[in-house]
Design a protein around this ligand. Structure first.
Ligand SMILES: Nc1ncnc2c1ncn2[C@@H]1O[C@H](COP(=O)(O)OP(=O)(O)OP(=O)(O)O)[C@@H](O)[C@H]1O
Length: 295
């Protein structure tokens, strides 16, 4: 590898990465012939930089929170020739960087990137969006929406928001179809996982494999609110949870989802689309630099 570009959101995580720009450039320059650092100013900048540089760079390092990483991989994954990708985590949850075993300390993550251990990982794809971690509807979307408005309260707000949302949870009619399994009935949540982390928690699919060409699907039927609470509280779900009657869990490489009423989709933390949806896995679509990673 000869040329590397860092695309950084300097405002991510309360400006967490800003002071490291100089040292990041210095360390990378010791190893690579060409090093460029691009700083984003607003949403959309990251994707524009990718489009500008992708043909002439071997490695793109995304430095920022999950919003920045989502934007960058959505620009990279649609390209015919995709540069390798790496993450210097700078946000609150940093789901994908955790999934590939990166240190949550930015400069330690940089050292891991310099070790150049690469793996090809699966990417989820739905209608217009690529995702690395999860796709969800129902409770998951409602919890994160409520959380957005309570963010200042910190971790406690997560629990308060979850409790409030569960108490007011609205069920919907779900029609899910796949080769492995169909479901036609009431639900309060569907999560389709590619990676093991959702919103910083390894709650739903602790053993999710990023290289098996499969998505993990979890349907929570409308009788299972206490179960949802126990999943979140357990932080690392045990397989026992999947044996509960109110949960359906299976794996597939492709599925379609229709809901009545229409449900808002949370895709790696971005909430721009609504059902219906067609979701599939793109096996080993992206080459990433990994840290402490074993599947
Ligand atoms: N300089 C900037 N100032 C403000 N917003 C920016 C800037 N650059 C990019 N953005 C946008 O801000 C959004 C959030 O960024 P990001 O996820 O990196 O940080 P964060 O919100 O602090 O992280 P987290 O969500 O994990 O707490 C992204 O959608 C990104 O496009």
């Amino acid at each position: 590898m000869k040329s590397v570009s860092v695309i950084m959101n300097p405002s991510a995580g309360n400006n967490k990465l800003k002071n490291d720009i100089h040292i990041i450039k210095q360390k990378l320059s010791q190893k690579y012939e060409s090093v460029d650092i691009y700083l984003t100013k607003e949403p959309g900048d990251g994707a524009n930089y990718v489009r500008k540089i992708a043909n002439n760079v071997d490695l793109i390092i995304g430095a920022g929170g999950d919003g920045t990483i989502y934007e960058l991989i959505n620009a990279i994954c649609g390209l015919e020739k995709r540069p390798a990708f790496a993450i210097i985590p700078g946000g609150t949850c940093n789901d994908f960087s955790r999934a590939v075993g990166m240190s949550q300390k930015p400069l330690e993550a940089l050292e891991q990137i310099l070790d150049e251990h690469q793996e090809k990982v699966d990417v989820g794809y739905t209608d217009h969006q690529y995702f690395l971690n999860f796709w969800g509807i129902g409770l998951i979307t409602q919890v994160s929406e409520n959380l957005e408005s309570d963010k200042k309260l910190g971790r406690l707000s997560y629990y308060i928001s979850t409790m409030q949302t569960i108490n007011n949870a609205e069920s919907f009619h779900l029609k899910l179809a796949s080769k492995e399994r169909d479901y036609d009935g009431k639900a309060v949540m569907v999560i389709v996982g590619n990676g093991p982390f959702t919103g910083g928690l390894q709650a739903f699919f602790p053993n999710c494999n990023l290289q098996d060409g499969l998505l993990d699907v979890l349907i929570l039927k409308d009788t299972s609110l206490p179960t949802f609470w126990s999943i979140l509280r357990s932080s690392v779900a045990s397989e026992d949870l999947f044996n509960k009657e109110e949960i359906i869990h299976f794996q597939t490489n492709e599925l379609t989802i229709e809901c009545e009423p229409e449900q808002k989709i949370d895709c790696d933390g971005e909430r721009n689309e609504s059902t219906p949806a067609h979701i599939k896995i793109l096996p080993q679509h992206l080459t990433v630099m990994v840290g402490d990673f074993s599947n």
